[in-house]
Design a protein around this ligand. Structure first.
Ligand SMILES: *Cc1c(COP(=O)(O)O)cnc(C)c1O
Length: 467
């Protein structure tokens, strides 16, 4: 399997190189050259499989010969062995139509663990093969950071520098990052928003000398391997609800468009996906793009769902590439225009291609709170605010055939966002025992201004330079 860049001028690479590189050298994102496809019989045959066996079957065509089937199986067993639920990503029924797919049973209580536990092991495997070293730089609105740090803490050939917006992540989120005192873990609180942090990381990747000198690598959802790992649970859930005989709709609380893009990939592979509902909070660039073709960046408004407080969705570029005829040179031009003016119109091909599968719903705080209470009053489920945004969008979905189950992706454990849950329901969710004594542990992080010079100087002093 070869991977090509959405901007058309980086070399095509195999799975191992794509995993280690993250972003393509032309500033684009990698995608498989063609989508692997599963027949109805092959999908039906997934029905009885465990999560790990499903993961191996779904990911094998993407991994190609970079790993033997046995190696892939070992890595999946190790990654998903750290989840606290036997089913890894269990389904919970809310009513006749609505289900939640619980993705938060990993070590740091958000769905990011599903991909990052595997990615940490993939990095280690590939780096030890080449006897190489990488510097991971990432920007986090909270959950990627803790999941990535947990996945790579203490690993010898990796240094990780994680930027978060100072004061804009929850206490639990911050402590999950800053109390990991391994020498290869470096937390940076920048004076700015998540988008500022993400722009700094993008600039480092576009800085050819800096990138090569420190062997930069990405764990943000621009890394293809992360999306690949997320495709698995769409299959796992859908076959349990009747695929391939029955088609399934998914509602996905969305920020960077990684999680919901994995659903799109599953559909391209042949999974019968009736619809993908892109649920946004009031930071609604994706809602405007999908409903009106207007992809223009607004100001980020802080909400009770910080992991969705985003006004630039990196992975949307992957969709625009795939539905817009896979013309990398034209897309590079379009994206350069966006980077300059912070606004662009989708082409007709992009709009039509996206609307075949996607709809979008913008959820305000009142509807989020109503969904939180609906889940609690009607099904006894205490859900987190992000999941509630997804559920609110699912409850508002119209025109779906009556026999189509709607699965909302539950992206975080309610305990991770206790204050918001308490405000909506009056109930303060506890933290599961697997996070331990988070509030008694020492924290370590550096506060820096959101400038390129400050952040790169800090990293250059601490990262391992290539020989
Ligand atoms: C990251 C995150 C999201 C958004 O996922 P994307 O892949 O960025 O769209 C939603 N909810 C939670 C809890 C998250 O951590």
């Amino acid at each position: 399997m070869k991977y090509v860049s959405t901007r058309g001028s980086a070399p095509a690479l195999g799975f191992e190189d794509v995993t280690l590189a993250g972003l393509a050298s032309d500033g684009g994102l990698y995608l498989p050259e063609t989508w692997p496809s599963f027949s109805r019989d092959e999908i039906a045959a997934l029905a009885g499989l465990s999560y790990v066996d499903t993961a191996v079957a779904v990911m094998k065509p993407f991994v190609g010969d970079a790993l033997s089937e046995q190696e892939l199986h070992e890595l999946c067993t190790a990654a998903y062995g750290r989840f606290s639920h036997n089913a890894v990503t269990p389904l919970v029924q809310l009513d006749h139509t609505h289900w939640m797919l619980e993705l938060f049973h990993g070590p740091t209580l958000a769905f990011k663990d599903v991909a990052l536990q595997l990615l940490g092991l993939l990095f280690e495997k590939f780096l030890s093969r080449r006897d190489d070293h990488i510097t991971i730089v990432g920007a986090t609105s909270g959950d990627t950071g803790s999941a990535a740090i947990d996945a790579v803490a203490g690993r010898e050939k990796i240094n990780i520098f994680m930027l978060h917006p100072d004061g804009r992540v929850s206490d639990v989120q911050r402590r999950q990052m800053t109390t990991v005192l391994a020498p290869n873990v470096h937390n940076i609180a920048i004076d700015g928003s998540f988008d500022d942090a993400q722009a700094l990381v993008k600039a480092m990747f576009n800085d050819v000398d800096f990138r090569a000198k420190f062997n930069l690598s990405a764990v943000n959802s621009i890394n293809w391997a992360r999306l690949m790992a997320q495709v698995v649970y769409y299959f796992y859930a859908a076959v349990r609800l009747g695929a391939p005989e029955r088609s399934i709709a998914f509602s996905v609380p969305t920020g960077n468009f990684g999680d919901v893009f994995a659903g799109y990939v599953a559909a391209q592979m042949g999974l019968p996906v009736e619809r993908l509902i892109v649920a946004t909070n009031v930071n609604d660039i994706l809602y405007r793009a999908l409903s009106e073709g207007d992809y223009s960046q607004g100001e980020v408004v802080p909400t009770a769902t910080p992991s969705m407080d985003i006004q630039v969705s990196s992975n949307f570029e992957r969709l625009l590439f795939d539905v817009g005829g896979r013309d990398g040179i034209a897309l590079a031009e379009q994206m350069r225009g966006f980077e300059k003016t912070k606004a662009m119109r989708l082409t007709n091909a992009q709009r039509d291609g996206a609307s075949a599968l996607f709809t979008s719903h913008r959820v305000d705080p009142d509807h989020m709170n109503l969904a939180l209470r609906w889940a609690y009053d009607g099904a006894g489920q205490i859900i987190d605010p992000h999941s509630a945004v997804g559920l609110a969008a699912a409850l508002a979905a119209e025109d779906l055939p009556v026999d189509v189950p709607i699965v909302t992706l539950a992206t975080a454990h309610a305990g991770k966002f206790r204050d918001a849950v308490e405000r909506a329901t009056g109930i303060r969710p506890g933290l599961p025992s697997r996070v331990g004594t988070l509030f008694d542990r020492e924290e370590s992080y550096e506060r820096l201004p959101a400038t390129y010079a400050d952040v790169t100087a800090y990293i250059a002093q601490r990262a391992t330079a290539a020989e």
